[in-house]
Design a protein around this ligand. Sequence first.
Ligand code: AN7
Length: 365
Amino acid sequence: MPDLKSLSTTLGPVWPGIIRRYARFLPVTAETSVVTLLEGNTPLISVPNFAAAIGARFDLRLKYEAMNPTCSFKDRGMTMAITKAKERGAKTVVCASTGNTSASAAAYAARAGLKCVVILPQGKIAQGKMSQALLYGATTVSIEGNFDEALNIVRELGETGLVEVVNSVNPVRIEGQKTAAFEICDALGDAPDFHFLPVGNAANITAYWKGFREYADAGLSDTLPKIMGWQAAGAAPLVLGYPVTHPETVATAIRIGNPASWQGAISAAKDSEGAIRSVTDEEILYAYMLLARTEGLMVEPACAAPLAGLIKAIAAGEIPDGSLVTATMTGHGLKDPDTAIKTAGFSPIIVQATKQEVMEAIGLG
Ligand code: AN7
């Protein structure tokens, strides 16, 4: 039996958060006062049951970003954005959001002692995300409009010079988010053959491609993956080639009609020899439930877009046998309990508090 001291040695040093871990790739110095909730270091989970269920003859691993402090990948960008906002002496940060950016901004602003304002599309924010913004204490404004309109207002607020914008139009957000690609390479010893992810405002696909390239340039990985981005069919401007005025999808996280990082997304797909495509809400919800029921992994609907995309890519014969495929699960399923309950398709069985009634209800009576 190892004693406690050698056990803690085996476990290695405490994870310091993404800025300290990957400082050499980020716009920080030794003097930077880092605002962190120890985000990053999320698991890369093998999903053999799901892979078998969709007929995959390759190794599939999910980067489970739900394990970040606010339960989405946004924390990687937000530790950077809030660190830099504080460094510059900002007092107030502001963002537009489909829910996860606002949850993350509100949390990191609370941590940093900054005021946070979030602008949200009314009625289109999943309940878990709304609960986060409110409990972290952000000034929360719902507009009678969509995300794209909220982002336009935020850009205008930024031009007043009175507030610091922490949407991904702030380039340090993408710097933080690229660290997820570093972690995938660290876990695998190289880049995967394909990387699948959902696409909304298109910062994350831009960030992953930047991260994979920087790691290869630094000699820390040998290959580059094909980047496969997936939009919801009702909100697929990058697939259509023009902005969508009234985006609609059950995956409210990616209900975005005019992505800010449009060009970054197109370059990622083109330069990596990947693609950006779309899947229907029906396909999204099928993959969402299949992952939960085959692997016990709960993700939010947006994450199921790349999973549904994978099913399509398999059908099209696009993934060679024996490939190594990764996909980002950007946010936790608990963010959107309403869609989970609706999609599950059944309700609890209500019975009297007796053994007999319970036995009957579960088919043993
Ligand atoms: C779970 O929170 O845009 O393509 O305002 O929450 O980088 O926008 C969220 C986006 C994917 C898309 N998955 O990433 C916001 C917001 C989840 C998300 C995306 C989002 P981007």
